[in-house]
Write a protein that binds this ligand. Sequence first.
Ligand code: ADP
Ligand code: MG
Length: 351
Amino acid sequence: APKISRPAIRQLDDAAINRIAAGEVVERPASAVKELVENTIDAGSTRIDVAYADGGKTLIRVTDDGCGIPAEDLPLAMSRHATSKIDGSDLLDIHTFGFRGEALPSLGAVGRLTITSRCDGAAASIRVAGGKAEPVRPAALSRGTVVELRDLFFATPARLKFLRTDRAEAQAITDVVKRLAMAEPHIGFTLRDVSGGGEGRVTFRAAPENGDLFDALHARLGGVLGRDFAENAVPLDALREGFRLTGYAALPTYSRGAAVAQFLFVNGRPVRDKLLIGALRGAYADFLSRDRHPAAALFVTCDPKLVDVNVHPAKSEVRFREPGLVRGLIVTTIRHALAEAGHRASSTVAQ
Ligand code: ADP
Ligand code: MG
């Protein structure tokens, strides 16, 4: 019988492996911004500046005042599955945004990435473009880290073709920064469009260090979603068997034609989790017609051991140990708060 020819099995090189992984972690400029801003928060930053040009396609620059990266660790930070955030022994006890050690090598594989950072010693920088790293060089920086990503997806032209207009990509970047800003009211954020003729600039000022967390959240909510939302929303605060729900639910009259004003967080991590979205919809089922979408900011907090965040590379979905309990907590708490608000409103009218 004729012999069937087959190619040999080969181990892919690091650049190829990173490009493949990047497909899952970095879908569009906004996903790069999400990874970079999450890194700045994990680094304990108090001020974070995000600048981008052309919808993030040509430039994304994230500057922070966090702990920095020691010069000798820069090559490691750029290599796959290298992280300072977990030791790998307990994936159910995660307190940081990052833990997979994938973002920086992925970004370096599909774009031109330069990291300049200063920890305790002298500042240094490293450059990786299309998966090729250059040696670490001395640099000038007084503190923190500057990560600059140019020409995202230049190394993967197929992905480049799927990007939307600069405007749509800029909108997605703004949405990501808003979500993270809502989770971190004690951090000051600026977001700037520095395209030629650069227009847009958004600033969220940091809440006072030792103030009340609810006040801080409310102020940030007003800053992010508008005073209108903050004034038309009822506060939530309920506890059930180790799960706490805080946040704000807007009055049904403040609903939207699309689900654009739903901000969901699990242990401070912005998520787009089906369970939470469904619970929110369920809570408003009696108050809204099917084509209207409630506006709300929900923060679920619990022991990290009660929720698995290692479900998806982008970490936008989670798995709760007790989904029924979480759903019940959300539905009952919001219904109760809305009913009370309704009562108050009608009794004012009656007076
Ligand atoms: P992960 O966040 O999952 O650890 P990353 O690839 O995003 O993986 O980052 C790799 C490592 O680089 C981090 O674990 C951290 O030690 C370091 N790092 C990245 N960004 C920053 C930053 N802005 N400030 C300080 N350290 C950083
Ligand atoms: Mg990270």
